[in-house]
Design a protein around this ligand. Structure first.
Ligand SMILES: Nc1nc(=O)c2c([nH]1)NC[C@@H]1CN(c3ccc(C(=O)N[C@@H](CCC(=O)O)C(=O)O)cc3)CN21
Ligand SMILES: CC(C)C(=O)C(=O)O
Ligand SMILES: [Mg+2]
Length: 282
């Protein structure tokens, strides 16, 4: 087992010492110390274990499971009932990371009460440590009620995929005149009690201003290097997904290539009669 110390000050995820869970206040302290950190999505056991071992302090069970697990085109169709088992798998598997459950489209926008009901399901049925929801000023009542009720909330502004039909597609938000509105939305969400805020596809300079202005950490995806943290969807980061990627993705491995070759080699061995061997046979 590797003895590398995770760079987040709460100790390694492996070994025999008891593992200390990352808490929202640790993230605020990292911002105060100027320590940047990485968030990844996770949707099941082995990636959650692996990212925990890597010292990733926060994992998001994204509504992006819609397109990255369930095979939909967008994140809109995925339901609470489809996400809860994935969140439960991740919270069972990661012992150190803070696990955030992404509230899916239609499960929180109607009212603070609807958001509360949905968030409580993720906390009770899946052991989530926090929830995430998309939106600006209009989500302040939701963020206030959840926070007052003991549920940590991660906000998400800029390009919010659940609103793609209102935003006119997958495009950068907060350019020009919209920049100051983005800053004031971020302030309102912090004042409402959010513990962190994702900024998706906003100009780097605007994200830098938000990051300087807030005391809570900002997590960028296509928002430049001046955010306090960065997030990517793991299948993009690891190169399992193929095809055209958004500009903000950096591919750190070729998992698709590795898995393709493994499947082809296995099939070829079976065809040739060279698997199973004596050592695999009882
Ligand atoms: N696999 C995956 N990765 C993601 O980053 C992701 C998901 N799924 N599902 C939910 C949302 C959707 N996201 C997306 C999807 C596409 C673009 C995209 O096509 N961006 C283009 C256009 C930018 C522009 O026109 O300004 C790009 O080149 O970045 C961006 C964000 C981010 N999220
Ligand atoms: C890309 C991240 C921020 C997300 O919301 C998701 O994976 O659903
Ligand atoms: Mg999402």
């Amino acid at each position: 087992m590797s003895e590398t110390t995770a760079p987040y000050g709460t100790g390694p995820a492996t070994g025999s010492a008891p593992v200390k869970r990352v808490r929202t206040h640790h993230l605020r302290e990292m911002k105060e110390r100027g320590e940047k950190w990485a968030m990844l999505t996770a949707y099941e056991q082995y990636t959650a274990q692996t990212f925990d071992e890597a010292g990733i302090p926060v994992m998001l069970v994204g509504d992006s499971a819609s397109n990255n697990v369930y095979g939909n085109e967008t994140s809109l169709p995925v339901t609470v009932d489809e996400l809860i088992p994935l969140v439960r798998a991740v919270t069972r598997s990661a012992h150190r990371a803070l696990i955030v459950a992404d509230l899916p489209f239609g499960s929180y926008q109607a009212s603070p009460e609807q958001a509360f009901h949905t968030a409580v399901r993720f906390m009770k049925e899946a052991n989530a440590h926090a929830v995430k929801l998309e939106g600006g000023e209009e989500m302040v009542p939701q963020v206030e009620l959840l926070t007052r009720s003991g549920i940590p909330v991660m906000a998400h502004i800029g390009f919010t995929p659940q609103s793609e039909h209102n935003l006119g597609g997958y495009r950068v938000q907060g350019r020009g005149d919209a920049a100051q509105r983005l800053v004031s939305e971020a302030k309102a969400l912090e004042a409402a009690g959010a513990f962190a805020i994702v900024m998706e596809m906003v100009p780097g300079e605007v994200a830098a201003e938000v990051t300087r202005t807030l005391s809570i950490p900002t997590i960028g995806i296509g928002a430049g290097v001046h955010c306090d943290a960065q997030v990517l969807v793991w299948q993009d980061m690891a190169g399992l997904r193929t095809g055209r990627m958004p500009r903000f993705v950096k591919q750190y491995a070729d998992v698709h290539g590795v898995l393709l070759k493994a499947a082809q080699d296995f099939a070829a061995d079976v065809s040739a009669g060279s698997f199973p061997g004596d050592e695999h046979t009882f």
